[in-house]
Design a binder for this molecule. Structure first.
Ligand code: PLP
Ligand code: COI
Length: 359
């Protein structure tokens, strides 16, 4: 694919963030974005790296009314020796195309999608922060843009990629977060769209998120929609329960997001001497096992959240403290192993890291 790169005069470039150690998540965007359009006649066309700017959309655009929208999230890193790296980007490409199929949107050829992300990241490499725990977050997005009010798939689409230099997703950094277990509202049902990355899932989660925030918790742990009994996932991450040297995580039931970090930890575990198990786990069992001390640690996994220790679950008006609200040994080891691979510090024996070039 030939990507047109629009030149931007030097004096129109934005000033870089001032303090890489204090980057919030997803507030700053780089100078450029990738865009590409689709229609039935031309297929995907007009791939461009252009100046980051607002779009103009018809007020009747399908995405604005019926939410025909999908997105992805992944990161680019700079290693200590100046290599620009991405972690398993082909997995995000595949997941986005799975999301596209579910919402009757056109798939993007894998090679073109990867090329677009890599070229954009390299053009914008001055924006990749280098402070510990920071990275350049990559957000590919696709929208149905055709203007109409009937309910059917759009015939026109916009695909774009934006970049944001980011620090830790949680204000707490690598410290335990407190999580609210939601037992009334639900995020997704089996057969619905909970297992793809579409904006509507996050809109559906806002009410519970607000409730959790008001009570002083940073995230929501979702239970299954039918019985409010089985643990599913957290707002922006999958969840792992540590039983000594065993990691237990709920299976991909059809209503949770198949996290790429989750899949990676399930492969890393055995390599680190940890047993791994995917099985349905009820909230009652979790509470009982926290109380008895069988659950020794809990952590969440995700691109934005990386590996986030969970220090407390709040369920039906009661607090359950995990590992005395301290970061546990297993959580720390999994975090370190994953991050060391992502930043090119540890051997990449699974072949997960793509090297894009040098800073
Ligand atoms: N679950 C939800 C709802 C998410 O938004 C995310 C973040 O992408 C995850 C899980 C973790 O997925 P991944 O590890 O692919 O980032
Ligand atoms: C991610 O981890 O990439 C996410 O999408 C989480 C959230 C910011 C929606």
């Amino acid at each position: 694919m030939d990507i047109f790169v629009e030149p931007i005069p030097e004096n129109e470039l934005k000033p870089l963030f001032e303090d890489a150690n204090n980057l919030a998540f997803g507030r700053i965007f780089t100078d450029r974005m990738f865009t590409m359009k689709y229609n039935a006649e031309k297929g995907w066309h007009d791939p461009k790296i252009e100046k980051y700017k607002s779009f103009s959309l018809d007020p009747a655009a399908c995405v604005l009314h019926y939410s025909q929208e999908i997105f992805e999230g992944l990161k680019a890193y700079v290693s200590e020796d100046g290599r620009v790296l991405m972690f398993r980007p082909e997995q995000n490409v595949r997941r986005m195309n799975r999301s596209a199929r579910r919402l009757c949107m056109p798939e993007i050829p894998e090679e073109d999608f990867l090329q677009a992300m890599k070229e954009l990241v390299m053009v914008e490499k001055r924006w990749i922060p280098r402070a510990p725990g920071t990275s350049l977050y990559v957000r590919p997005t696709m929208l149905g843009t055709e203007a109409f009010l009937g309910v059917h798939p759009s015939a026109e689409y916009l695909f774009y990629i934006i970049l944001s230099p980011v620090g830790p997703y949680f204000k707490a950094g690598f410290n335990p977060v407190s999580i609210y277990v939601e037992d009334t509202l639900v995020r997704a049902v089996v057969g619905g769209v909970g297992d793809i990355k579409t904006g509507g899932n996050y809109a559906a989660s806002l009410k519970a998120g607000e409730k959790a925030q008001q009570k002083g918790f940073s995230q929501v742990l979702w239970l299954d929609a039918k019985e409010h009994k089985y643990v599913e996932e957290v707002g922006a991450m999958n969840i792992f329960f540590v039983y000594g040297s065993k990691l237990v995580t709920p299976p991909l039931s059809g209503s949770i997001l198949p996290g790429i970090t989750r899949a990676s930890i399930l492969e890393l575990g055995p390599d680190m001497g940890l047993e791994v198990e995917e099985r349905p786990i009820t909230i009652d069992e979790v509470i009982e096992d926290i109380n008895s001390g069988r659950i020794t640690e809990v952590f969440g996994s995700g691109t934005a959240a990386v590996v986030s220790p969970v220090g407390l679950l709040h369920y039906k008006d009661k607090d359950y403290l995990i590992n005395n609200n301290q970061v546990g040994e297993v959580t720390r080891a999994v975090y370190k192993r994953l991050v060391d691979i992502q930043y090119g510090k540890a051997e990449d024996k699974f072949g997960w890291v793509h090297e894009l070039g040098r800073v």
